[in-house]
Design a protein around this ligand. Structure first.
Ligand code: ADP
Ligand code: MG
Length: 819
């Protein structure tokens, strides 16, 4: 008999039911209700659980609350998102009330007394998973504001960390403020903007003491609150990063508070944590709430990290670390705290790395243990290929090919990342390895991120493989229905040996007879899920992932941490270096001279206009305007236009025309970023280069310098500020894609490089892939060692670790495609 696990016919049984009910609700509220639309069946799950509850033995108030809960789930799927949010929060509040009522002892005591609750359902840490409303000072209104920031449970509040620390031990004079560092001082408001101004000009408050003057500025939110709360003559204290603007000291978006001189109320001799703003909660109240949570609940936190690991890493335990951040020691180094270099921060950063690495190590164990196909070394097709190939392989190509062939011959499935700068010749390596797979009687698939790129691969590869014995075919989304069906059939019958395509390859209808090898080009444009989906179309396929976006080591270890890595670190002979220059827009005449000279010498020119994220239409008009401008600037020069919204045939026609030299200039939106190969093009002009990421510019630059001529890359930059030009100057200094990527990572964070911005969630909250690289290396080593000893984390001493991975960490790992 397998009825519901716990018939709620008594208190203890019902108490056990409550966490079950809570879990789906908390999941739905998490992430600021992110993914609410994707969550289905929540109401059914709750209603199903409620059925296991037998109300008769309970007093009316409890029965009513359960009934109310059921009511909230009534017609839930039809509710608007806003309504859903409200209902979920109400449901959570109801559960809290029920828990308080049902728990023995707790009934009569204040909610912060948790002993009684603790013993009943989750013997150990249950209170940590309760609603923040159990924390002193948190009512329904504050709870709702906290929930909007992902803080739902008591535990979430403990992990809600200060964004900055204010050193109250040295509140100084204005004259002592130092440019470039965080400082704090007190003074009197001498002047302020009249009413908040939105738009370009900041809202300003000028503060003065007997030593000097500083301007506090707000560019957006916050201005209104400040103007409402303060007036000229008020004594204030403030802190923030000091900068210089027009010969004056300035702090942008400072922390400002009234200086009431009440030292007892605001003890001066301490380091004060400042938390991220929560709407409608004053900073002081927020700090008090967090401290109440720390006092009542922090001792319940159990450190999941095995002691041996902590010792190996030389890091403090979790409770100590959290305490040190919420209540910094009198002697703490404020700079370390503010820069995330304190031992406490490092501990939290380590956890983030460690959990990701553990998940990667486990995944790797999983694939390594799978049985795959051991290919035989066969070189017939390759030999025929070489006869067609006009060059010899570079040493790097030879080395990498050897690595891949060794993997293919092994019975373990290959999972390899091939990194190589633009033009390093990855395609050839991919094709040669695919030929060996085909010769072993299996099929191969190459997936590219755009149609243009897939088509280009198809053209070059089918030309190179035109020696008989290999059938190559193209599959993209906009193939006509009948054509598509025909290709599907030929894939399924095994007639096609190597299929090249876009996302169209992972569609349901595509079935292989014997898929053995999956190659993903420009992997950073795909999610891991797509790679796995394609590979899943064959039994234990070997998998090669290629990327021309050099990924900094730290990032590669995180995102591709379960892959082996091959690197093509050599460009084929005869490539000329590319002269790169950053120019202000008004320096165009200089650039134009080079453009004209090159065109006269028979070369061709790309002009790239930026992607305007909000609107593809604007991109198009930007590109069209550029064409008009160039028609005037360069009369009698044939100019082509290529943008993402053109129909495929049209794109194809323009590209082919450019390749054949019909156009001297090709104006394009960043659709040409990946892949196009026109050896005769020698000039790359990027308009509004300041809007591009460095790695993206590096890709664009890779479109020239592909032939035997010297090439140029001009990065045209609008005069928005010196930083933009400084950032772009990296492009002048180096052509090393790895260095450029490191800089990109420092400046723009990992989301931009990985194209994961749309998830809106940073991979790491505490860890920094640039600052904490050595910590990452250590975490990786410790995690991989641990998984080697205990692959399933089945040992008793790893039980907490496993629970953490399956609980708090699961959603985040999913976000970056692991787990
Ligand atoms: P990637 O995909 O790494 O950017 P490709 O594979 O597209 O580079 O190769 C870039 C260009 O270099 C192509 O025109 C290709 O034919 C050429 N190429 C590849 N390998 C060699 C080689 N060993 N010698 C000379 N040219 C090569
Ligand atoms: Mg390529």
């Amino acid at each position: 008999m397998s009825g519901p696990p716990s018939k709620g016919s008594d208190r203890a049984g019902t108490l056990k039911l409550l966490p079950e009910l809570r879990r789906p609700l908390v999941l739905a509220v998490r992430n600021n209700f992110g993914g609410l639309e994707r969550i289905t069946g929540l109401d059914r799950r709750i209603l199903h659980l409620l059925k296991t509850f037998q109300p008769d033995s309970f007093p009316k108030p409890i029965r009513e609350r359960f009934a109310k809960l059921a009511e909230l789930m009534n017609d839930y799927p039809a509710a608007t998102v806003d309504e859903k949010r409200k209902r979920l929060l109400s449901a959570l509040a109801l559960l809290d009330a029920l828990e308080a009522k049902l728990a023995p002892k707790a009934e009569s005591e204040s909610v912060s007394s948790t002993e009684g609750l603790r013993e009943v359902a989750y013997p150990d840490r249950r209170p940590l998973y309760m609603s923040v409303q159990f924390v002193k000072g948190v009512g329904p209104r504050v709870a709702a504001e906290l929930a909007a920031r992902d803080i739902v449970t008591v535990e979430d509040l403990l992990y809600f960390l200060p964004r900055r620390f204010e050193d109250r031990r040295r509140v100084g004079r204005i004259a002592d403020l130092q440019v470039g560092v965080v400082g704090q001082a007190r003074g009197v408001i001498a002047a302020m903007s009249s009413g908040p101004r939105f738009g370009r000009r900041p809202f300003e408050v000028v503060v003065q003491d007997d030593s000097g003057v500083v301007t506090l500025s707000w560019f957006h939110y916050g201005a209104q609150a400040v103007s409402a709360r303060y007036k000229v003559g008020d004594p204030v204290r403030f802190s923030g990063k000091v900068s210089h603007f027009r010969n004056r000291l300035q702090i942008v978006h400072p922390d400002l508070s009234p200086d009431n001189g009440d030292e007892a109320d605001e003890p001066d001799r301490s380091i004060r944590p400042l938390y991220p703003d929560i709407k409608g909660v004053t900073t002081r109240r927020l700090a008090a709430i967090v401290l109440a949570a720390v006092d009542a609940y922090l001792p319940l936190v159990r450190d999941p990290m095995p002691e041996a690991i902590l010792r190996g890493a030389g890091l403090p335990d979790l409770v100590t670390a959290l305490e040190a951040l919420h209540r910094p020691a009198e002697s703490a180094e404020v700079d370390h705290l503010n820069e995330g270099r304190s031992a406490a921060h490092q501990r939290l950063a380590f956890d983030e790395f460690f959990f990701v690495q553990t998940a990667l190590a486990q995944r790797r164990e999983g694939t390594v243990r799978q049985a795959g196909f051991a290919h035989e070394r066969k070189t017939d097709l390759a030999t025929r290929f070489y006869k067609r190939f006009p060059h010899t392989l570079t040493d790097a190509q030879r080395r990498v090919l050897k690595e891949i062939v060794a993997d293919l011959m092994d019975s373990k499935p290959m999972n390899r990342l091939l990194q190589g700068d633009v033009g390093s010749g990855k395609t050839i390596v991919a094709v040669l390895s695919a030929l060996m797979v085909v010769e072993n009687g299996r099929q191969a698939a190459l997936m590219a991120p755009t149609e243009i790129l897939a088509e280009q691969h198809f053209r070059t590869i089918s030309a190179l493989c035109d020696f008989g014995g290999v059938t190559v075919e193209l599959l993209t989304a906009d193939l006509g229905r009948a054509d598509k069906r025909a290709v599907y059939e030929r894939i399924e019958s095994g007639e096609i040996d190597l299929v090249i395509g876009t996302h169209a390859l992972i569609q349901k209808g595509v079935r292989f007879k014997n898929l053995g090898y999956v190659i993903v080009d420009e992997q950073h444009r795909f999610g891991v899920r797509q790679r796995v989906m394609l590979a899943g179309k064959g039994p234990a396929s070997d998998c090669l992932v290629m990327t021309a976006t050099p990924i900094p080591r730290s990032l590669a270890m995180t995102v591709y941490g379960d892959l082996d890595v091959s690197i093509l670190d050599e460009l084929p002979q005869g490539r000329r270096p590319i002269v790169t220059q950053v120019h202000w827009i008004n320096e165009w005449p200089q650039v134009k001279t080079v453009v004209q000279t090159e065109i006269r010498a028979g070369r061709q020119v790309y002009v790239i206009t930026p992607l305007i994220r909000e609107s593809e239409k604007l991109d198009v008009s930007g590109a069209e305007e550029e064409v008009e401008r160039l028609r005037v600037e360069l009369p009698d020069t044939p100019i082509g236009l290529l943008h993402g919204r053109m129909p495929r045939d049209e794109k194809e026609r323009v590209m082919r025309a450019f390749l054949e030299g019909v156009y001297d200039v090709l104006v394009a939106t960043s659709v040409v970023e990946v892949g196009i190969d026109v050896p005769n093009a020698t000039v790359m002009v990027v308009q509004h280069a300041e809007r591009f990421g460095l790695s993206q510019l590096h890709q664009l630059r890779g479109r020239v310098g592909r032939g035997e001529h010297s090439s140029y890359c001009f990065l045209m930059c609008e005069k928005v500020g010196e930083e933009a030009r400084e950032r772009l100057s990296v492009m002048e200094e180096t052509t090393d894609g790895f260095r450029i990527a490191e800089r990109d990572l420092e400046i723009r964070g990992p989301g931009d490089i990985l194209g994961t911005r749309q998830t809106g969630s940073p991979i790491f909250q505490h860890a920094n892939l640039v600052r904490d690289q050595s910590l990452l290396v250590l975490a990786r080593k410790l995690a991989f060692d641990l998984v080697a000893r205990d692959p399933d984390l089945g040992l008793a001493e790893h039980a907490d670790l496993r629970r953490e991975l399956e609980g708090r960490w699961r959603e985040r790992l999913k976000l970056i495609g692991i787990g």
